[in-house]
Write a protein that binds this ligand. Structure first.
Ligand SMILES: [Zn+2]
Length: 145
């Protein structure tokens, strides 16, 4: 299942396969540039698997829930990480209330809980609020592992 990205220039919805999400693409209608994804993407299990297994860059996953205060504190850091690492990493958000089976798969108990994947493999996982510098550090490590 590809991700749908809306062109900021013309509003056209473009299907982007998981392995191309970190690349600069082209909008289907007027061939405007579609910049690499630079914000967190909310995913369900299907999209999570698709992206984690096919991404050609490290993937940071934020397991969170609406009721979780610390998750809201971490959210701007997650957003910042997505903006800072556009083209070099992908950032996903998993709502643990809506996707309990995905949270269970990675033994997520305390949230926020961050996981970093490289080539489909889990390389880092940590619970608790951290800043974007720590997140960037994990992604750097994943890139060189
Ligand atoms: Zn367009």
């Amino acid at each position: 299942m590809p991700l749908i990205r809306t062109c900021p220039h013309c509003g056209q919805k473009n299907r982007v396969p998981a392995e191309r999400l970190a690349d600069t693409g082209r909008c289907g209608s007027f061939k405007n540039e579609l910049a690499p994804l630079s914000e967190p993407v909310a995913v369900d299990t299907t999209l999570f698997d698709e992206i984690v297994q096919n991404a050609r860059v490290p993937v940071l996953v934020d397991f969170w829930a609406e009721w979780c205060g610390p998750c809201h504190m971490a959210a701007p850091e997650v957003k910042q990480t997505a903006a800072n690492s556009a083209g070099r990493a992908l950032v996903l958000k998993v709502d643990t209330e809506q996707n309990p089976q995905l949270a269970a798969r990675y033994n997520v108990r305390g949230i926020p809980n961050f996981a970093v994947f490289s080539s489909g493999k889990l390389v880092t996982q940590q619970a608790g609020v951290v800043g974007h510098l720590q997140m960037a550090h994990w992604l750097d490590q994943a890139r060189s592992s």
